[in-house]
Design a binder for this molecule. Structure first.
Ligand code: SAM
Length: 269
């Protein structure tokens, strides 16, 4: 079951890679910039960027660590990694790897970071513990997650549109997940502290995305929501798009909450 879910997630991001880059300046880059303001990669440091996508945080990190530093950017999706390699050709200190980061073997990093990735792990706690173990003792660890219902409205309206167009039932809510319990600042800080981190702080990065039709559709095709389109026959995708945009309009959705929680701490030993 966990393997099926992993395959589904990878498939969604494989398909989304090019549109993911298009959504970058609207969403991934500002979110990564806020995380980097906390993570503070410094010249000469070794950084592990887990679930790197097309490099919204890995690329600026590589610039900040400079030629004497190193960024290992790891993503399970081959097309994401290919896109990152294309975008970072001028940064030899950035090494892009296609791998499941929950079994990444290298360790001793000054900084381990992951923007919007840890909740995709089949076992979020075990995967996060593994990432923490990749930092050197005293090293910094910074994980960004969505706060509360961030992004959820887009998924809801997409689900309604797909059901209407394909004449299928509205999808059931997904089963409860750990992320539902830790997606507010206080429980997130407690959970990170339970992971053995010291000096845990959670920063709230308030953000709202203006849902022009172009951006509203990019939110679907350039993110994990893309997976929901996989089962829609190709000839119906344009109708799903129009129905989804109409559903947002009818629901008065002009902005999408895209607030993130940036959890930071230090590995003790
Ligand atoms: C929402 S994207 C975030 C990408 C990037 N950090 C950013 O902020 O733009 C999540 C990424 O996590 C990757 N991912 C999910 N599970 C993974 C795993 N076990 N190992 C490596 N990457 C994974 C996906 O392929 C996807 O590219």
């Amino acid at each position: 079951m966990a393997d099926d879910r992993q395959t589904e997630i990878r498939g969604a991001f494989d398909a989304a890679a090019a549109d993911f880059t298009a959504l970058r300046r609207h969403l991934w880059e500002p979110i990564a910039a806020a995380a980097l303001a906390v993570a503070d990669p410094r010249p000469g440091e070794r950084v592990l960027d887990a679930c790197c996508g097309t490099g919204a945080s890995a690329i600026p990190s590589a610039r900040l660590v400079g030629a004497d530093g190193q960024v290992d950017a790891v993503d399970v999706s081959g097309p994401m990694v290919d896109e990152l390699r294309r975008l970072s050709a001028d940064l030899p200190q950035l090494r892009a790897h296609q791998a499941d980061v929950t079994t990444w073997p290298d360790e001793g990093y000054d900084l381990v970071q992951s923007a919007l990735g840890i909740f995709f792990f089949p076992d979020m706690t075990a995967g996060t513990d593994h990432l923490i173990s990749r930092a050197r003792p005293g090293g910094r660890v910074v994980f960004t997650i969505w706060r509360g219902e961030s992004m959820a409205a887009a998924g809801r309206h997409l689900g309604l549109a797909i059901a209407e167009v394909t004449n299928t039932p509205v999808p059931a809510p997904r089963p409860p997940h750990l992320i539902d319990r830790v997606n507010q600042a206080d429980p997130y800080a407690v959970w990170l502290t339970e992971r053995g981190l010291a000096d845990v702080e959670v920063t709230v990065h308030e953000r709202a995305l203006t849902m022009t039709p172009e951006v509203a559709w990019l939110v679907i095709v350039g993110s994990g929501f893309r997976g929901a389109l996989a089962k829609v026959p190709a000839e119906l995708v344009d109708t799903v798009r129009e129905t989804y945009l109409a559903s947002l309009r009818d629901g008065g959705v002009t902005e999408l909450d895209a607030t993130t929680l940036i959890g930071a701490g230090r590995r003790l030993t």
